[in-house]
Design a protein around this ligand. Structure first.
Ligand code: HEC
Ligand code: HEC
Length: 255
């Protein structure tokens, strides 16, 4: 059996793997650029109301199969047959060879593994009432000294906030950083921010933090400590709906 601290460590490693993977996989937005031929195919797709029976990326009717990856499944002969004489409940469209080529181009070009994938999103999509979002919006409304503001930015845009939650110890055991300056001396903070504490679940920051970023983070922690009470009240007030509800649960979304 795993003891509680190894469990925490394992959980922290898993969270980190997920985040690092997410950053690499989802870094760039992929725009779907279609060729002219495929655009004509898409027009036929909509004019013929294929979407009434078929889905693309999960959207559409459910009488026929999802066509997002149909190009990989359906060979040329079958496609021609489907688009002319139909099959079962798939009606006969009697497309000519040009229309078939256009439809084929459309189906080929949307059949890409790097688009239409699920992406994990968390929090309320419209108002942002998760604890982290409420905390960040409370800070953004305040005027921070320049170096503390830079530290907050480093914290917010790095992986830090995936493990460190505001005003509480997170499930992976990452402490509340608004009180860290009460526990650790500045040299100890520099040490943690430079080398991490891999044995207890705090990874060495990747990419390595520059000395100026370390200083800014420490300035931010001091600032945070000084404004702790007011910020916590403001953060709670911004969480308009703190009951667990479906909007606060992670969901999968296609893009
Ligand atoms: C009335 C509902 C309906 C409409 C409208 C429709 N289909 Fe279908 N389609 C189906 C059904 C049902 C099947 C499964 C047929 C079978 O397997 O015999 C199918 C199968 C297919 C397949 C094969 C998918 C696979 O994975 O085997 C393709 C490709 C396809 N349709 C394309 C189209 C296109 C393009 C249009 C629009 C021009 C269209 N369909 C319009 C019902 C429809
Ligand atoms: C994978 C989860 C994880 C990530 C990502 C992470 N931390 Fe940590 N952090 C921890 C854990 C767990 C501890 C507690 C380690 C201990 O005290 O032994 C910790 C401890 C700390 C401490 C010492 C806090 C104290 O009071 O003892 C600081 C400061 C800190 N982290 C800052 C950061 C910063 C800044 C980042 C982003 C660059 C970051 N952490 C990213 C998990 C994480």
């Amino acid at each position: 059996m795993l003891n509680p601290s190894s469990k925490k460590r394992l959980l922290a490693v898993l969270v980190l793997c997920f985040l690092v993977q997410s950053i690499f996989v989802y870094r760039d937005d992929v725009d779907l650029e279609l060729s002219m031929e495929a655009i004509e195919g898409r027009q036929i797709y909509h004019e013929s109301a294929c979407q009434v029976c078929h889905q693309l990326w999960g959207q559409g009717g459910f009488l026929g199969p999802d066509l997002t990856n149909a190009a990989s499944r359906v060979d040329e002969t079958r496609l021609v047959s489907l688009l002319t004489v139909g099959s079962g409940q798939m009606p006969a469209f009697n497309f000519n060879s040009r229309q078939i080529d256009q439809m084929k181009a459309f189906l080929n070009e949307i059949d890409r593994p790097d688009i239409g994938r699920g992406e994990l999103r968390m929090g309320d999509p419209s108002t942002g009432t998760s604890l982290q979002e409420a905390f960040e919006s409370a800070i953004i409304d305040l005027v921070l000294p320049t170096n503390a503001a830079a530290g907050f930015e480093t914290f917010r845009t790095g992986l830090c906030k995936a493990c460190h939650f505001p005003f509480q110890t997170s499930i992976v055991g990452a402490p509340d950083l608004s009180t860290t300056v009460e526990r650790l001396s500045e040299p100890e903070l520099v040490e943690v921010l430079t080398s991490g504490k891999p044995d207890t679940g705090m990874p060495q920051p990747v990419p390595e933090l520059l000395p100026s970023q370390v200083d800014d983070l420490i300035a931010y922690f001091f600032w945070l400590n000084g404004h702790r009470g007011a910020l916590e009240d403001d953060t709670r007030a911004r969480q308009v709906d703190r009951n667990v509800n479906w909007r606060l649960l992670p969901w999968w979304e296609y893009r």
